[in-house]
Design a protein. Structure first.
Length: 280
């Protein structure tokens, strides 16, 4: 009897199931957080990165078509603004201090190019998810700020303006600066993403590259760069037409800007869900 009691194994110790379950949950949460953060370090699938840039072409046409009608300057295409500044030196602008609006746009665009390009160099790679995500988030905020300035009545947002043409409101420089700054992000992103054939803010070189392409009449699938250039030109043109019609129909400037902000926000969300590059 005593021998049997000595040989009997000790009873198992009770396990703390709640502690083990808590540890597993904490481990899963940590892995989920790590996976979420690592997602922003992925390089984006190069097959699809051109799609948001084509949307940017439409947004460029929409913005410039609206702003030129309302304030007599461009915020994306700086060739026209350079001519306006040059004409201003001989006092031949159509509006008083029109050269100041154009000069503000050019200066803000240059600053934007410097800031966005340095940001790309600081973050890492131009096709990295976090690079384009943050860049387009900033662009969205700047467009929304410009739309809010007009919506809030800080400047005249009616089209056509009922203000005396001789009455110069330098507060108009604020939305022009914001929109020109963010427009620089588009072309910097197009370079970083490796889609230089869709610069998003330049039509002259785009048309030159399109029509001088020796394979311009190649089958559709054989020349993707030509297809992107043609689509970029058409979308910019359609965007400018839409900007004119929206301003004319609503009599307001901010509606087009809110639409551009919505498009930029949609692009920002797209970058989050866009697939990552598949390594060979």
């Amino acid at each position: 009897m005593l021998d049997e009691e000595k040989a009997a194994p000790p009873p198992p110790k009770p396990t703390n199931t709640s502690s083990g379950s808590s540890s597993c949950e904490h481990l899963d949460e940590t892995n989920h957080r790590t996976g979420f953060l690592s997602k922003f370090s992925d390089d984006l699938d190069p097959r699809f990165v051109y799609l948001p840039l084509l949307v940017c072409c439409f947004a460029t046409g929409l913005t410039d078509g609206t702003l030129y009608n309302a304030y007599g300057t461009f915020v994306s295409m700086q060739t026209g603004n350079t001519v306006f500044v040059a004409l201003g030196t001989s006092g031949q602008n159509n509006r008083p201090f029109g050269w100041a609006r154009s000069l503000t746009s050019i200066g803000s665009f240059i600053v934007g190019c410097v800031v966005f390009s340095r940001f790309h160099a600081l973050v890492g790679r131009g096709r990295q998810r976090r690079t384009v995500f943050i860049s387009f988030l900033v662009q969205t905020i700047f467009v929304a700020l410009a739309a809010g300035i007009v919506q809030g009545g800080l400047i005249d947002g009616r089209y056509p303006s009922r203000r005396d043409p001789a009455d110069v409101d330098f507060a108009e420089l604020a939305p022009i600066a914001l929109l020109s700054f963010q427009a620089a992000g588009q072309i910097v992103n197009s370079r970083g993403l490796g889609v230089a054939e869709v610069p998003t803010v330049v039509i002259t070189t785009l048309l030159c590259d399109l029509v001088s392409d020796p394979a311009i009449f190649a089958p559709f699938a054989a020349n993707p760069k030509r297809n992107k250039r043609a689509a970029a030109f058409v979308l910019t043109l359609v965007g400018a037409i839409a900007g004119g019609f929206i301003s004319k129909a609503t009599g307001l400037v901010q509606n087009s800007l809110w639409l551009v902000a919505a498009l930029k926000l949609a692009i920002t969300v797209f970058w989050f869900f866009c697939g990552k590059e598949k390594k060979a």
